[in-house]
Design a protein around this ligand. Structure first.
Ligand code: GLY
Ligand code: MN
Ligand code: MN
Length: 359
């Protein structure tokens, strides 16, 4: 990936040290910099300089690491690992660390291994670099969006009365993986009827009834990159109330999405959608931000939010996901993924946004 950009924002840094933790402290920057799309690399490290990257890892990940074409240093056990870090950073003064991904105990280890260095927090530089996607990253996200869109279309004729929310979540995971996803990009949300009023609902045993709203919020992970899509359909015939709710959200999404282009502020895009919903009978029922960046993290930078003052830039990828939520009644969310362009946007999620009535 275009890791050299990190140094555009951190010119005073001689090298960046990235330490990969276990599953509770994964630093996805490790995968961003190496582009490696397999392996866990727990307890591995990267020495990153503008002109080279070295991977320090154990035999367990050696073969995967070598496929990157980068220099690989095999270090088995704690003592070899620590010696490899110290020797590869000797003679350098200022070392960049990704403070936002380091645990306190790992930071203390670093202080012990290389006590004579000046440490610089480069987490902001990493974030700046990661939010503008390279062509390779864009093609992975496009594929994740295509897989998600096709998987959604494939499950529509499999919905049956009496099916549970969990069964529908399993169906969509199955379809996405059949189409090439490595896994769902997050825990799929499937909410029937009144359960759709909770934006972060977890699917359960509620059975599908005729004329229920079916809200599905899901995404595919493809070569580590995510898509994030929501569709709300009616299983049966839509009532006037359901159509009204859907149309307000649709209009909010359509109008706000059309405003996306380079240098437009994310909070202004959010305001377009919010004004439409707050001007309807669903005033106050749009209870989250309009969208967020998308990348290796489902919730990446930047946010499209009323409290995030930030101009969009070409090749950022963001979701546009307005919703209306009425407790005990239900809700509608429509979520699509777009690439910001100089003069507009590229919609990469292709599933229809029209209200579908599934019979
Ligand atoms: N799946 C959570 C979200 O759409 O942000
Ligand atoms: Mn989502
Ligand atoms: Mn989202």
């Amino acid at each position: 990936m275009d890791f050299k950009r990190i140094f555009d924002y951190a010119r005073e840094t001689d090298a960046v040290l990235i330490i990969q933790g276990d599953e509770n402290s994964v630093d996805k920057t490790f995968f961003y910099i190496t582009g490696v799309d397999g392996g866990l690399f727990e307890g591995s490290a990267l020495i990153v300089k503008p002109e080279e990257v070295k991977i320090i890892t154990s035999q367990l990940e050696e073969e995967t690491a070598r496929r990157t074409g980068l220099e690989v240093i095999v270090a088995n056990g704690k003592s070899e690992f620590e010696k490899a870090i110290a020797s590869n950073l000797s003679g350098l003064d200022s070392i960049g660390l990704n403070y936002s991904a380091l645990t306190v105990s790992r930071y203390k280890d670093i202080l012990r291994i290389i006590p004579d260095k000046e440490f610089i927090d480069v987490s902001q530089s990493i974030m700046e670099s990661r939010r503008m996607k390279s062509e390779e990253e864009l093609s992975r996200i496009r594929e994740a969006a295509k897989i998600g869109s096709e998987a959604f279309e494939n499950i529509l004729d499999k919905l049956r009365e009496g099916m549970t929310e969990s069964e529908v979540a399993a169906l969509i995971a199955f379809e996405m993986m059949k189409l090439g996803a490595s896994e769902p990009s997050f825990s799929t949300i499937v909410a029937f009827g009144e359960n759709a009023s909770m934006p972060h609902y977890s699917p359960g045993n509620r059975k599908l009834k005729r004329n229920d709203f079916v809200l599905i919020d899901f995404g595919a992970r493809y070569k580590r990159y995510c898509s994030d899509i929501t569709r709300t359909v009616v299983f049966g015939r839509a009532s006037e109330e359901q159509k009204e709710m859907y149309n307000v959200v649709f209009r909010a999404q359509d109008e706000s999405m059309k405003a996306i282009r380079e240098n437009v502020n994310g909070k202004d895009v959010d305001a377009i959608a919010r004004k439409i919903i707050d001007g309807s009978k669903f005033k106050g029922r749009f209870i989250h931000s309009l969208g967020h960046g998308l990348g290796m993290d489902v919730h990446d930078h930047p946010a499209l939010s009323s409290n995030y003052d930030f101009p969009l830039k070409e090749n950022m990828v963001v979701t546009v996901e307005p919703g209306v939520y009425v407790p005990k009644v239900g809700g509608v969310r429509i979520e699509d993924d777009v690439i910001v362009k100089k003069d507009g946007f590229e919609l990469i999620t292709t599933a229809t946004r029209d209200l579908l009535e599934i019979s």
